[in-house]
Write a protein that binds this ligand. Structure first.
Ligand SMILES: Nc1ncnc2c1ncn2[C@@H]1O[C@H](COP(=O)(O)OP(=O)(O)O)[C@@H](O)[C@H]1O
Ligand SMILES: [Mg+2]
Length: 500
């Protein structure tokens, strides 16, 4: 490789958001005709660096050279004019437009008279999508198609835009294995034609199978760039992602955690062979009374859909569910609640009432009973007050509107409402996401307290720390199936990552 092969050279890149340092002194080099994998835990700074390259973040420190010349992009359009295209982590298609319009978003072909050339657009879109294995009518409204297909449409827009530097930020989370295989074939072809591709993914095996180079990020810094050889395997990458130093391990739940399930407890929930086309397949699991089952997996591994199915929000194609010894078919959430299942979803906004006082939010779980007992607002307040004290919820009082609390305190309210009326099974999705350390500890304490009162708890998270800090037993999901179960043994973060 010569200097002439270097397309992009980033030196000493730093970037902060307010007080948060997202990148610190990062060097990064991209060559012609390579697939370069970028890996690192959530929050490591991968997307931020890519957004700098793609012109989304115009403000940063450091230097960026494109083909040897200094550049500084002021918008994504600016970067695209220089041949840099990016598929973002968050889908950016327009569901209301047709497939063809999405493929050509912002770059519609025009006739000699300057009108949009619809037939050319439909033809072009059809051909591009075919390269990714999709046979679609380009006139369909995109929003009517499954999310995986939408992701492919977005990919095709950037892959075939003529960009010579293509950035893909976690593009496979909603794709099935054959779709991923076809995407990889296209990527190899684009590389062999001399284009450069940066590929971010949590699926380390996938990434290592396709990449020529791999760069590892940790905490806003680049750890290492290495050529991918047979010696560079998943374990090698994980070690560098989480850091090898013993102090680091001990300071953040990364150290060994001893799992222990209750021995003689009754099973409160048993799922057998649950399947939902496109989401999860053949999932079996049990939860005992007084046990916290952790479900760990990357975004898109089917865990959210599984939780929704267990709460009657999503109908399974196959499988059976037994709750407290009784076979159940959950057709809706009301039936799930009646069976004793409670659910606190990852978007807590949907379960709370922001314009109601806190005491109302806490007592919602027992509203049925309240009306039966003719409980007065005073009684409601009394219950809420007790919880606010026990949970150290920081609020001016029970009358404060929920929307005025910090996210962490809102989350405590979301969990608190189940303390009044204990469910048999409590499903928590990302219970501590985005919370500061103190609030996290409070939630961990609340959840363990519920467990100790005999509730069977399922905690779903994409953060290994969350699972390690709570679970008595762990299952790991991977691409819609259970890949491994850990029980009565000592586990650590690297074991979880390796199974996902
Ligand atoms: N627009 C933003 N505003 C504030 N903080 C941000 C923004 N984008 C990223 N961050 C923060 O910067 C850090 C790096 O984030 P990101 O680059 O998205 O990481 P990754 O893609 O590796 O998961 C995180 O702490 C994140 O919270
Ligand atoms: Mg990211």
């Amino acid at each position: 490789m010569t200097e002439a092969d270097i397309r992009l050279k980033m030196s000493h890149i730093s970037k902060s958001f307010g007080g948060v340092e997202a990148l610190r002194g990062v060097d990064f080099t991209l060559r012609r005709g390579e697939i370069h994998a970028l890996v690192g835990e959530n929050g490591a700074g991968k997307s931020t660096l890519m957004k700098i390259i793609a012109g989304v973040h115009a403000g940063f420190e450091g230097e960026m050279l494109l083909d040897g010349a200094p550049v500084h992009f002021h918008s994504a359009r600016d970067a695209l004019r220089h041949g840099i295209g990016m598929v973002h982590q968050e889908l950016s298609v327009v569901p209301q437009l047709t497939v063809a319009e999405n493929v050509y978003l912002g770059v519609q072909p025009v006739t000699r008279l300057g009108a949009v050339d619809w037939p050319a657009m439909a033809r072009g879109a059809r051909e591009q999508l075919k390269k990714l294995g999709l046979e679609l009518d380009p006139r369909i409204t995109l929003g009517e198609l499954p999310i995986g297909i939408q992701q492919l449409v977005e990919l095709s827009r950037v892959l075939f835009s003529g960009a010579s530097i293509i950035i893909l930020d976690e593009p496979t989370s909603a794709l099935s294995p054959p779709e991923i295989e076809r995407l990889f074939r296209s990527l190899r072809k684009l590389r062999d034609e001399g284009n450069s591709i940066i590929f971010i993914s949590h699926f380390l095996e996938d990434v290592l199978a396709i990449a020529d180079q791999v760069t590892v990020f940790r905490n806003g810094r680049k750890v290492v760039t290495a050529q991918v050889t047979p010696e560079i395997d998943k374990a090698w990458v994980i070690q560098r992602m989480i850091g090898k130093g013993h102090e680091e391990l001990e300071s953040s739940y990364l150290g060994d955690v001893a799992l222990a399930s209750p021995k003689d407890a009754k099973t409160v929930l048993e799922a057998q062979g649950l399947s939902k086309e496109g989401s999860f397949q053949d999932v079996s699991l049990t939860v005992k009374a007084g046990e916290i089952l952790g479900i760990y997996g990357f975004m898109g591994c089917g865990q959210i859909e599984l939780a929704r199915a267990l709460f009657g929000k999503l109908k399974c194609d196959n499988g059976s569910l037994t709750i407290a010894g009784e076979a159940r078919k959950l057709r809706n959430t009301a039936q799930a609640a009646e069976a004793g299942i409670a659910y606190v979803p990852e978007s807590r906004r949907s379960m709370l009432f922001h314009h109601e006082p806190i005491y109302k939010n806490v007592s919602i779980a027992i509203l049925d009973r309240l009306s039966r007992l003719w409980l007065k607002p005073d009684a409601e307040r009394e219950i809420a007050r007790g919880h606010i004290d026990r949970l150290s919820i920081k609020t001016p009082g029970t009358e404060a509107l929920l929307g005025h609390l910090s996210g962490g305190n809102q989350q405590k309210v979301a969990v608190a409402k189940w303390l009044t009326y204990l469910p048999k099974v409590l499903i928590l999705s990302e219970p501590t996401r985005g919370m500061d350390v103190g609030a996290k500890e409070d939630v961990v304490r609340i959840v363990k307290n519920l467990r100790d009162q005999g509730v069977g708890i399922i905690v779903i998270s994409t953060e290994p720390e969350t699972v390690l800090s709570l679970a008595d037993r762990v299952i790991v999901m991977r691409k819609g199936t259970v890949s491994q179960e850990f029980a009565d043994e000592t586990i650590s973060k690297d074991k979880l990552l390796a199974a996902a």
